[in-house]
Design a protein around this ligand. Structure first.
Ligand code: PHE
Length: 337
């Protein structure tokens, strides 16, 4: 069998040397080493040999196989180079510039959240997160919603089962944060929120950034100062704000904050529905009941809270006129930022 191998090896080596075309080389490789090749067939006979001989012959055969493959590779290179000399057009051009890998981009909503975080971090706010799957207690009860409040209805809230639901706002993170920290505290809490809502200006999933500051003597003036500073950082020093009395169960007093319309600068247009103002934030002084739920004594401490819609911020800042652009993932849209 050794002799048989020797003969095959010599024959194939010689054939490889003689070959003058790449295609023939491939034929030789298949005929010799392919599944039905000569060498392969001999190797299949190995199993009939006594174990001791089998081992020795097997090793020789493997070495030969490796050598043959290397012979073939070398010959492939030689033939290729010969063809380049014959026809320089076939030669690969190493000066061709490579194709740069395409870079991905941060989604504009993530970018907006990051920008918001950066501004608040520079004001000493921490960034915290809470669960998207919440209990009725944190989403409503701890936030001082009365038991019969309409937003607890199935028409507004996506329930999972019993007392478990998808949070309808980021406000429940306020109480979770207060439970873990003691004042003075300053934090924002970005994240996804869910409501039973789907039209041109509402999506069943959207993003909010909650803000909370609790300390001795925190006042509504502090709230105004922080929000004004924030909005001017986002929209420029010319941004005008208006605080409008409003109501939330978890703040008292409460306000909604409008910004002079970025599109018409207060004259009135379709964006601001002719009013000259667009609503951008809900805010207020944290209700004593909410502080208590967070195990903070409302006799000693006061605080303010606010909540903003991230999609809305991005729409106003970048002049995006439809919510669906954020979620369609059309690259032509995503690449603009
Ligand atoms: N949670 C309110 C909303 O979703 C916003 C808000 C947050 C208002 C904090 C006041 C204080 O509309």
């Amino acid at each position: 069998m050794k002799n048989q191998l020797e003969t095959i090896f010599k024959k194939i080596s010689e054939a490889v040397r003689q070959v003058s075309e790449l295609k023939q080389l491939e034929d030789i490789r298949v005929k010799a080493l392919g599944r039905k090749g000569e060498l392969t067939r001999v190797l299949q006979g190995l199993k009939d040999l006594p174990p001791a001989v089998r081992r020795e012959v097997g090793q020789i055969a493997n070495v030969m196989k490796g050598q043959l493959l290397r012979h073939i590779e070398t010959r492939v290179e030689e033939l290729k180079r010969a063809s380049w000399t014959a026809d320089p057009k076939l030669r690969p051009d190493p000066t061709l510039p490579g194709r740069p890998p395409e870079l991905g981009r941060e989604h504009i909503l993530n970018r907006t959240i990051r920008d918001i975080e950066d501004i608040f971090r520079s004001l000493g706010f921490a960034v915290a997160e809470g669960p998207e799957v919440e209990t009725d207690y944190y989403n409503f009860g701890a936030m001082n919603f009365p038991v019969d409040h309409p937003s607890r209805d199935m028409h507004d809230t996506l329930f999972i089962s019993g007392d478990v639901l998808l949070r309808t706002h980021t406000s429940p993170v306020q109480v979770r944060y207060m439970e873990q920290q003691s004042p003075p505290l300053r934090a924002i809490m970005p994240g996804k929120t869910y409501r039973c809502d789907d039209d041109a200006t509402h999506s069943p999933m959207f993003h909010q950034v909650e803000g909370l500051m609790v300390d001795r003597d925190v006042s509504f003036a502090d709230l105004k100062a922080v929000l004004t500073l924030f909005i001017r950082r986002v929209f420029g020093t010319g941004a005008q704000l208006r605080f409008r009395p409003s109501f939330f169960p978890f703040t008292e007093p409460s306000a909604e904050i409008d910004m002079a319309c970025v599109k018409c600068r207060g004259k009135g247009c379709n964006l601001c529905k002719g009013t000259g103002w667009v609503e951008i934030l809900g805010a207020g002084m944290v209700h004593p009941q909410v502080l208590r739920a967070g195990r903070i004594d409302p006799e000693t401490y006061t605080g303010f809270a606010f909540g903003m819609g991230v999609e809305r911020m991005a729409m106003l800042k970048y002049g995006i006129d439809h919510l669906r652009y954020f979620f369609e993932n059309d690259l032509r849209f995503l690449r603009q930022f």
